[in-house]
Design a protein around this ligand. Sequence first.
Ligand code: UT7
Length: 336
Amino acid sequence: MNGPTAVVAGLGATVPPHVLTNEMLAARLDTSDEWIRSRTGIRSRHTVAPGTATGDLAVTAGARALANAGMSTVDMVVVATATPDRLCPATAPEVASRLGLGPVPAFDVAAVCSGFVYALGVAAGAIAGRLAGSVLVIGADTFSTIVDPSDRTTVAIFGDGAGAVVLRAGVPGEVGGLLAFDLGSDGELADLIAIPAGGSRQRSTGPADPAAHYLAMRGRPVFVNAVRRMAASARAALAGTGWQAAALDWLVGHQANVRILHAVADGLGVPRERAVVNIDRVGNTSAASIPLALADAAAAGDLRAGDRVLLTAFGAGATWGSVTLTWPALPAVATF
Ligand code: UT7
């Protein structure tokens, strides 16, 4: 890309107030705090109350990112989500309207857990191509609305949340700039994590097979592919930037499982303490995962201006993506 560079200008995040602990799950399912903690690293997650939708969380996160950037307008809104408020239309136009952003282009990106990195790529392309001078990129998901409450393999893993960044046009080399992307997919793995019904392949047919409307996941092959693809994608983004893994200050991986994050760090040769981990209190929040991790690390003072950061994700589709950036000098980011 030869046009302007996309630079991070603001960051904000939110989770719904209700906390669902492992103990609460163990009280109603055949699972235990010990199993969930040792197999995933998760202690608790946040879930929305009935009636609260992904768009509601996206509006809060978007407003916080705009406030953090000190901006009240942007030229484009992109919402990465796999749990839109409705199948049709996209969630982004209503989010843009509720944020008072006017008649800007607004659309959803559907790349599930890789959605935030994909949306950053689309937004960076829009800035480089001079389609937009600034873009609000939101990752928001409410997987608690699509998991089967009786399925211990998914209900223990997923949580709800939203995170957002404002990108603005900057110059190459500027602190806060997005550097090199690597994005990819493998549709042969499409059935590993899927909701069978509700789309055009299997239209909603009422209560005939309610289970088909829930998320189904084959955890073991997802785990194996996540480690392999995130490490390979991270290496490609590092090579595109001209950075060695050892030069990274922070590895911010999609928070799917702490064992996946550690395996990716080990594979890259990045010390585990350089991998940002907040899955213990938010679970896997899909497209919200990376901006929630960034907001936590920024609020803790871990992310400092000029730090070399790598974002990497793997998700349903299968999709994966990575991007390198230098961390910008932002006003204090509130914890959520
Ligand atoms: O964001 C991208 C999407 N998702 C992921 O990246 C998730 C990737 N996968 C994983 O994180 C792991 O595969 C899981 C955490 C989902 C599962 O861990 P695992 O070590 O791969 O276990 P497993 O799926 O091989 O299951 C082992 C056993 C099974 O019992 P049997 O068949 O051996 O009797 C499961 O039924 O563990 C059982 N199990 C549970 N037991 C207690 C699965 N979930 C639970 C649970 N509590 N919550």
